[in-house]
Design a protein. Sequence first.
Length: 586
Amino acid sequence: MKEHLEELLAQSMLHLQREGVLPAESEIGIQLERTRSPEHGEFASNLAMVLAKDAGMPPRELAQAIIERTPKSRQVERMEVAGPGFINFYLQTCAFTGVIKDALRQRENYGQLVRVGLNRVTLEYVSANPTGPLHVGHGRGAAYGASLANILVAAGYEIQREYYVNDNGRQMDILAVCVWLRYLELCGEIISFPDNGYRGDYIYDIARLVRVEHGDKWRFTRLAVEEGLPLSPQAGGEGETYLDALIAKARELLGDEGYLVFFNTALNNILDDIKDDLADFGVVFDKWFSERDLEESGSVQHAIDRLGKNGYLYEKDGATWFKATELGDEKDRVVIRENGRTTYFASDIAYFLNKLERGFKRAVYIFGADHHGYVARLQAAARGLGEDPDRLEILLVQFAVLFRFGEKVAMSTRSGQFITLRELREEVSTDAARFFYVMRSHDQHLDFDLDLAKSRSNENPVFYIQYAHARICSVFRNLLDMDQRHNEAIGEVALDLLTQDHEFQLMRNISKFPETIDSAARLRAPHMLAHYLHSLATDLHSYYNAHQFLVEDENLRNARLNLVLATKMVLSKGLGILGVSAPEEM
RNA sequence: GCCCUCGUAGCUCAGCAGGAUAGAGCAAUCGCCUCCUAAGCGAUAGGUCACACGUUCGAAUCGUGUCGAGGGCGCCA
């Protein structure tokens, strides 16, 4: 519909240019938007106000001229000049009812947009370090990323979902060592556990697994382990130094074989847990990308070489630095440490380059807001590699704070006092969690009300929308109970009988679905879809209360059933995109 | 100190490339079930869009500054 009206306006513009009313060279972006109220018709354009200066005539006069030259359309009832120079479009009934026909004809594909050209995009989200179970902080990124991916697919992009597994860093070494310490504890060795290590109970579980498989094979006495170690943090020593010494000690005593047993058991176990957790959350990935693979394949060196070739590297203090300041970052960054190891940042650069080299036109990253410091340096890296920085897009997701009984739920990773994503799902259901996480704009802090998410009441937007869907399903069940059938063909012919305000409002809103997908995709804003679905549910509930669908008149009945069936399909598709189920009954 | 995000009804938030009278939901008040699920609907009330300048036909929206909130600034990951 929108495209149709834009085309009409474009034709009118062409006439005006030919007549010399408008300068031929003036570049015209047709701007057409939904009106806020039906008093102003369905669509409005500010064209005349924008071009008034070029044309050298008052906006209202120009608006009138545009209207006079606009080709007739059987969908348009009339056009009017309004206010300071708006052109309002009032539509024929067939323009409304046509939406129902479209929707029913396209079924599940209604709202699926087609995009021309290559649009391969890789979308990376979650990418939590596999050092422990996902917690509620990861949940928002997961829900946001998964919903956004679905929206982009609906908007016609070819999307690849990717999780970057950081299986190569110091944190992983710390994890392996912590598992070993717990293992020794299970073997009966009394060894103090550093309070800056991973203290969660899941570490015991992994240690137990090693013990089941290997018995006491990797047991060493407390004396052997602690010999030569610096002071532990509990005893007043420096925590990080202590952990590094522990890592070195573990490698020394365990050898490569033993060390890998702990390392890999921890990694695989936690990663499997994360995969299960996300799958249960409806969050899927096409690729789990390992940082170790990245390094072993030579990609990191390849990226560093590229930076060097482009003249953005220099040596200082025995390390290799990237001249990020020349490219918009606030300070230069080390890529190869004094000890010869590459930094995490070097891997990031390599990973970005790798994505482009795999053929993606654009790499989208979803980070927690605490990573916003990465934006400038990654952009600098993109430039340093000689790539267009526009191909890198970083979306920041703000934090979510849980509230229970009106009070903030205290959480701290350090004390192990965090709520896991799994616990959240079990408490409020996956449906509620998925919806609540994305119902606010991603760049907005989120207050997550656990009690509301759990409540089965009209205050809970998830139930409100699901209930609209279930209500429609219920109507169709009642129809069957009355030994009647829905005849779509009869309904389609009788659509002109839909003349109630509630019916126009519902049709209008159904027609906004594709536009909503488009906007939500363009602005990376799943919350727009969440709000849209809520408004569609409102329209359905109002309609339901105002009018009976299952009426005697066969024509009217089937027309109304066509309308609510289209509504049901949009609700179901929209909820599906957000990862929320659309129940048949509640 | 420097940087990022944000500031809209009592509360939680929308406001989609600047548009017409700033919108929802909760909470408040008043109504609606012999009627397809009341997990619903209708009505009333509620605002200096943090503040000040600027850009223009027009600013909650764009720019600058001030105030306030949260976050980030390692040869950590």
